[in-house]
Write a protein that binds this ligand. Structure first.
Ligand code: NAG
Ligand code: NAG
Length: 318
């Protein structure tokens, strides 16, 4: 009853003095790294954003309210900051689409409002796949108010980066393809250079470092390729004067070509260039072809020398 006038005006920033900005303390934890898209350069994560601020009108003494210290209220009743992610490019904006809707927020008797928003985020991130499958990437998640300048909204840390890193590690399942290796946050402000009146926005930059777990790719790419190369080399033990050897080598080469067709689908390729491992496969293929040519040459020489028409010099025989 007493707070009804405040609930009627959820558009008003809860400050008793409008020249004083409202400080929003933020903490972001990563709950899952859902994947990356190397072609279009984006990162998909599921994050929890916790926002805390002070609502100067919602202060009460618990003694007067049967010891009630905090209360859950529908989000529509109260003012909320207009936060968004700067790198955001896909569905999963705070409280929309793919993200679960959070209908309530908590208000403490001292006026501290706690609002936790889980979001599935698709954010842009430059991905360099040169070292695939041993690649690491550094992405940023920048959160800040969309419209409100620093005179209205300032930001602060709710937890230290170290705490957030440990919390995120707890949540991320061990089995995913991506591993979180580092997490950092930095408070900055963004100055929009306009001659008349430069405006400044507060923002918090979270730096996320992820590393790919290479096991899957080792088993599916490197080991088959290495085995085919091994067979190719061992085929030199086949008798050279029969044509079997060349035929065998052609068969292995065919097998390798089919393997490369599958690899093409797995290898990430983007404007940033093809990965180094693609070059390795190409070198293997070239070696196999050289090998085949050599076998043809050898059988040709042996064939001629067996008729005794040509004297094979000792260095060539070697
Ligand atoms: C509002 O805050 C500013 C500075 O924080 C102060 O100078 C001003 O006197 C305050 N106004 C009122 C009405 O308290
Ligand atoms: C936000 O953090 C600052 C210190 O970093 C602290 O003084 C303030 O009380 C915090 N505000 C809320 C609402 O938790």
């Amino acid at each position: 009853e007493m707070f009804q006038p405040i609930f009627d005006k959820p558009g008003m920033r809860p400050s008793t003095n409008y020249t004083r900005p409202t400080q929003i303390n933020v903490s972001l934890t990563i709950h899952e790294i859902l994947g990356v898209n190397e072609k279009t350069h984006f990162l998909i994560t599921f994050v929890w954003v916790k926002l805390l601020w002070f609502n100067e009108f919602l202060v009460w003494d618990p003694v007067d309210f049967d010891g009630m210290e905090r209360i859950a209220l529908p989000v529509e009743f109260l003012w909320r900051p207009d936060f968004y992610f700067y790198e955001f490019i896909g569905p999963g904006h705070m409280g929309e689409d793919a993200s679960p809707h959070v209908p309530y927020l908590y208000v403490n008797h001292n006026g501290v409002v706690t609002y936790v928003v889980p979001s599935k985020l698709v954010t842009s991130c430059h991905l360099d796949v040169f070292y695939f499958p041993f690649d690491t990437h550094t992405c940023t998640l920048t959160i800040g108010p969309y419209l409100s300048i620093v005179n209205d909204i300032t930001m602060g840390h709710h937890s230290t980066p170290q705490e957030l890193f440990l919390k995120s590690l707890e949540h991320i399942k061990e089995s995913g393809e991506w591993e979180l290796t580092d997490f950092d946050s930095e408070l900055l402000s963004f100055l929009y250079q306009e001659i008349v009146n430069p405006d400044e926005w507060a923002m918090m930059i979270y730096t996320v470092k992820i590393r790919r777990r290479p096991t899957h790719y080792l088993v599916n790419l490197l080991i088959p390729s290495a085995l085919l190369m091994l067979i190719e080399i061992l085929s030199f033990f086949l008798p050279a004067h029969s044509t079997d050897r060349s035929i065998f080598k052609v068969t292995v080469l065919l097998g390798y070509t089919v393997f490369l067709l599958f690899v093409n689908d797995i290898l990430p390729n983007n404007s940033g260039g093809t990965p180094l491992i693609g070059g390795y496969f190409l070198v293997c293929l070239v070696l196999m072809i050289v090998d085949l040519l050599e076998s043809i040459l050898i059988s040709r020489i042996m064939h001629r020398s067996s008729f005794g028409t040509v004297r094979v010099s000792s260095w060539l025989r070697l």
